[in-house]
Design a protein around this ligand. Structure first.
Ligand SMILES: [Mg+2]
Length: 190
């Protein structure tokens, strides 16, 4: 399969058309939705690679739904569909991190390349986010350990090496990550 996709449009015929084009290209359409609220629900459930989302829909429009879906990381990428392009919506789309914009009626020759690029960049962006999260976590853990060492050195009158050894021993004895042990010293000192 080329990617897992959710189609959101209040017009069943539009959903059917898009589904047909995508399935012809071996994409896996995992769910459909007819309004913004349903869109959020199905994305939360399926975590698709891509959402193809109409802007103008009842209950909750596609822009508001997109903002929520991307903020919660329920989908890797979103392409918006609209009957006409207006500046205000394009500005919002840029701000929310939308991957693409298609004007109806949707043509297969413009849909497929945009879908392919959006899935690829969305997947890449997610990989960057994950490694950035890991790095940030590592960095904050390192800071925590440094801070804890400083506190132990003063309170226990230990050298830096001894303080670190104490943290490591506690970590092993308590079967607890060293950063969590460090946090106990830092928190109790605040
Ligand atoms: Mg509509």
């Amino acid at each position: 399969m080329n990617g897992r996709i959710v189609i959101v449009d209040d017009e069943p015929i539009t959903r059917m058309d898009i589904r047909g084009m995508l399935e012809a290209e071996n994409y896996n359409v995992v769910a459909e939705a007819a309004d913004g609220i349903e869109a959020i629900e199905v994305c939360k459930q399926h975590h698709p690679d891509l959402v193809i989302m109409d802007i103008s829909m009842p209950l909750l429009d596609g822009l508001k739904a997109s903002k929520k879906i991307l903020a919660e990381k329920y989908a890797k990428a979103i392409i918006l569909l609209t009957a006409y392009s207006d500046k205000e919506n394009i500005e919002k789309a840029k701000k929310y991190g939308i991957s693409g914009y298609l004007i109806k009626p949707i043509m297969e020759k413009s849909l497929t390349p945009m879908v392919e690029v959006a899935i690829a960049t969305g997947t890449k962006t997610r990989e960057y986010e994950v490694s950035l999260e890991k790095l940030t976590k590592k960095l904050s853990e390192r800071k925590l350990i440094e801070k804890a060492k400083g506190i132990i050195m003063i309170e226990q009158n230990m050298s830096e090496d001894q303080a670190y050894q104490l943290l490591r021993d506690l970590s092993m004895n308590k079967r607890c990550p060293i950063a969590e042990i460090a946090e106990m010293f830092v928190v109790s000192d605040d």
